[in-house]
Design a protein around this ligand. Sequence first.
Ligand code: BES
Ligand code: ZN
Ligand code: ZN
Length: 506
Amino acid sequence: MSNTLPRFELRNASNSRSQSTDVVAVYQDQQKKATAPKGAYGSSVEKLRKAEAFTAKCGSTQFLRFGGHGGAENAVLLGLGRPQDATEEDFRKAGGALWARLVAERVVHASVDVDVILGVAGLKSEHSEERLVRALAEGFLLPYQDLDEHKTAKKDAYTGPESVEWVCGKAGLRAKLQKELAEAQATAECVRITRAWSNQPSNVGTPEYFAAQAKKLAQKYKLKCRVLTEAECKREKMGLFIGVGQGSVRDARFVIVEYVPARAKKKVCLVGKGITFDSGGISIKPSLKMEDMKHDMTGAATVMGAAILASLWKSSNHVIAIMAFTENMPDGDAIAPGNILTARSGKTVEVINTDAEGRLILADALDYAQDMKPDYLVNIATLTGAVSVALGKQACAVLGNDEALIESVRSAGARNGERIWQLPLWDEYFEDMKSDYADMRNSANDGNGGTIRGAIFLKQFIREGQPWAHLDIAGTAYSIGHLSYIPKKGASGLWVRTLAQLAMDL
Ligand code: BES
Ligand code: ZN
Ligand code: ZN
């Protein structure tokens, strides 16, 4: 990641640096027309309103070149819609749109007048002032991602604004903003880590590579880190995890990263699927878009990002990220359909389809996690193509055995604009997963209820009384085009914020 996040500076008055661009919030009136803000930019907006050139629709922008006031060279008007409609997610989206506009105009220094944003009458009261500004800042920072790591052509030296000044005249609010803006910075930093991992091609992003990266990051952020080699996993009797990696020349790695605060309240285990490449194995996938399967370790990348973020947000819970890294390849040694494997829990599985490998590795990882006796167990995985059939790219699925935990997951998502939809997990679904030769099979081999079947398989490895939730993110891990604050290409980095929030809330 060569491009760095812009520096944030919080001030009580603008430092009016030359060549800076003022960011001016503009709201709409009841008729959805732009209303002139107080201060120097009122008359410019008034003219634009009369000319019907700018409506101030939430997320719309208007650049005023050499139209800045009081030392600023330029200004950008940022539409925020009607104050009574304002939500954090709207502000996050507006932040993403602001970022795109500033980058397009090659702005280096920006100055955001917070007093104008919050000074408007009738802002929706359920969102606190500082949370609205934080959402805007988060939306502004989240789009940053470098996809050029492996390109040789000379890179453009300009990668985005270097600094953003947030001007707030109220001392009390400034103290709150200090914390919120720092948390937004931490958020963007961790989301970038997750995306960078997810985007790594599998010839670089091997299990060994991610284990080494996890160690480095754990050192940097003062977390504990333990790595089990493939041989050690064999000794742990992780027959499913080992089985999946059998066709790969690369050694598997099982990584445990822990954030342990003083006097920890609850223990939260986050388990991530880390298939560094999913070819499907002997049940090989069609070649169209197979390259996207480098992202099949996004669950693992997400729990890593979330554990770091929970530590930066100073969660009072003990957070453990468990990442099972291996590669699913066809080879003479690879597992074949009909093979029967023995899980760490002792149960046997008939492998009907070697492409249903995520559930196999997660079964062993979940079993391992439960030895740590977590209060809450949550796993996240690019598990089934079926989840996009059901929910598209607008939401991920949650399934589990504990309604209270599922509700916590959902509300942690909602607070961060990440939509999570529950699917049922009735035990009757397991009927389809019974095997004639083993305790269960990994696929029912028809197209029905794919996401639920993946989850009901995992449930066979959840012990009595263990609260557990499973997030299927196969539809939302990459190629998200509809959110201004998510890069259009590559990893989305979605769900890092939800899981870190969950680790705070539980
Ligand atoms: N990694 C895939 C799921 C996936 C699909 C992720 C599309 C991202 C985008 C997973 O391992 C898989 O192949 N699942 C199969 C399961 C089936 C064989 C029961 C699927 O969804 O088709
Ligand atoms: Zn697969
Ligand atoms: Zn997979």
